[in-house]
Write a protein that binds this ligand. Structure first.
Ligand SMILES: [Zn+2]
Length: 190
């Protein structure tokens, strides 16, 4: 997005708002060269960044993929379609508000994990077990235990939460019924 004053294309987004019609995004930007501020209006579809996959390929942001990933994680769980769509909305908005041209797929995966964590424990673990590709069963069980402690024992002090940093493990899911075929970030490792 070119600065109207100095014509440089280095700007960062200060504020993003969805227009009333839901089709335009109004963005307040600050030029990183001359520091002046300006406003842009971008069509929602054009404002969505490209998703950078692990192997470096770029892919258009795909809301349906996110919905499908969430749906699979929530299979046979008491989570309504409305709740799933609301999660997808928040993830989508979060991505839009970054105001960047490209985002790593991991950002979307982590966002989905946060949403599921707040929605349904089983769905979260299903998703996380695949998404994070747990190193081994012990690590997986530790995470599960953490989660159960948090839920059953809210009064007691909880052990420090692990950071959301993606793990490097290569091994895939430890669950047979997990949503292994779908990666809502589009960042499948194949
Ligand atoms: Zn400028």
């Amino acid at each position: 997005m070119k600065c109207p004053f100095c014509r440089q294309s280095n700007s960062h987004v200060i504020d993003s708002r969805l227009g009333k019609d839901g089709e335009m995004i109004r963005r307040r930007r600050e030029c990183m060269v001359c520091s002046r501020r300006f406003t842009t209006y971008e069509r929602v579809e054009e404002a969505m960044p490209m998703v950078v996959k692990k192997d470096g390929r770029r892919e258009a942001f795909d809301r349906l993929k996110i919905i499908n990933g969430l749906k699979r994680a929530c299979q046979k769980r008491p989570v309504s379609m409305d709740a799933i769509e609301a999660m997808a909305d928040r993830i989508e908005r979060g991505i839009q508000e970054r105001g960047e041209k490209e985002v790593p797929g991991s950002i979307i995966g982590e966002a989905a994990m946060r949403e599921l964590h707040d929605t349904d424990a089983v769905a979260y673990v299903r998703f996380a077990s695949v998404y994070r590709s747990f190193k081994d069963l012990n690590e997986f069980m530790a995470e599960l235990e953490d989660l159960l402690n948090q839920r059953t024992n809210r009064a007691a002090p909880t052990p420090p939460r692990k950071t959301g940093a993606p793990r490097k493990a290569r091994r895939k899911s430890v669950r047979a019924d997990s949503p292994a075929t779908s990666d809502p970030s589009g960042g499948g490792s194949a």
